[in-house]
Design a protein around this ligand. Structure first.
Ligand SMILES: [Zn+2]
Length: 310
């Protein structure tokens, strides 16, 4: 992982990408039109939620140029992502209008970041997550939530505005806050649960969406109580992670349970149990017991607790 000075921790996967988002350019349509067709431009295609990648021992994001007019005619949308350290402009383009995923060079394919994310480098992962998240937001906000008329893209794809002159409501990209928390006993055990639709053996820490009128700490305490019936205290922030599947930001916490006996809400989770450091260290990573995926903040919360305790 990269070390970024403004973090107290190394950033999580998908966070702290390499681009300067250059919001100063978003309002300058002329500059953006020049930028997207420049020789140095890198365009990251997205097709129906999937990112274009080059498959191999490692997986990389694959880019195209605006000289591909066959593509650009079908690009429903372009979103200005920012500039890299050389000043090269980066864009996401939405190719979802193609009935089938368009084909590119051999070895490239449109893949779901949920599947290939753990095999990407940090920089590529962050850019693809950003591209995917913004394109998804556009596709879900084609109509105004105020008056129901169509919206169009503005500000390099960082705003949509209602086309009804009597309304004109602006709409901004959204990210939905979710809390994810490692519940521990103040000693050697944490709570791991699993949901019915997860791969066999996969366990993770608890998580849930923040509701209006709640602080993040309120949401942590409520979700733990709802899912496993445990009261908590000592709620502490760890770190956060953009999680564009489809549009969340995961806010990671630890919390100490003040009781031991759990009451499982089986409509939310299939099972939950107390697990010791020794059991986690010896995880067979098979259908009997497997830790969360390596690119997730859940995995990171567990690793931090394994290393330091709480
Ligand atoms: Zn409207």
């Amino acid at each position: 992982m990269r070390t970024v000075l403004h973090h107290t921790h190394a950033p999580n996967v998908y966070a702290s990408g390499p681009l300067d988002r250059a919001d100063r350019l978003r309002g300058d349509q002329e500059a953006l039109t020049l930028a997207i067709s420049s020789e140095t431009a890198r365009l990251f295609p997205v097709w129906r939620g999937n990112n274009l990648v080059q498959m191999g021992d490692t997986i990389r994001g694959w880019t195209v140029q605006a000289t591909r007019t066959d593509l650009m005619q079908h690009a429903k949308l372009s979103v200005f992502l920012g500039l890299d350290s050389t000043g090269a402009p980066h864009f996401a383009i939405d190719l979802s209008d193609f009935e089938e995923p368009p084909e590119f060079e051999p070895g490239t394919a449109f893949e779901d970041l949920r599947k290939v994310g753990p095999m990407l480098g940090d920089d590529d992962g962050a850019i693809l997550a950003y591209a995917r998240g913004l394109v998804h937001w556009h596709r879900r906000h084609l109509f105004c939530g105020v008056c129901g008329r169509p919206t169009d893209s503005r500000k390099g794809g960082h705003e949509r505005r209602c086309t009804n002159p009597d309304c004109g409501a602006p709409h901004f990209p959204r990210t939905d806050p979710a809390v994810i928390m490692l519940v521990h006993d103040g000693a050697d055990r944490i709570v791991l649960g699993r949901q019915k639709d997860w791969p066999p053996g996969r366990c993770s820490v608890l998580a849930g969406f923040v509701e209006p009128g709640e602080s993040l700490e309120d949401a942590v305490a409520r979700e733990v109580m709802e899912e496993v019936g445990l009261p908590t205290t000592d709620i502490r922030y760890n770190s956060s992670q953009p999680w564009p599947f489809p549009s969340s930001i995961m806010l990671g916490f630890s919390a100490r349970a003040t009781a031991e006996e759990m009451t499982i809400a089986t409509d939310e989770i299939e099972e939950a149990r107390w697990v010791s450091r020794a059991e986690i260290a010896a995880s067979p990573e098979d259908e009997t017991f497997a830790l969360p995926r390596r690119d997730s903040i859940a995995y990171r919360l567990i690793q931090d607790w394994m290393a330091q305790g709480n």
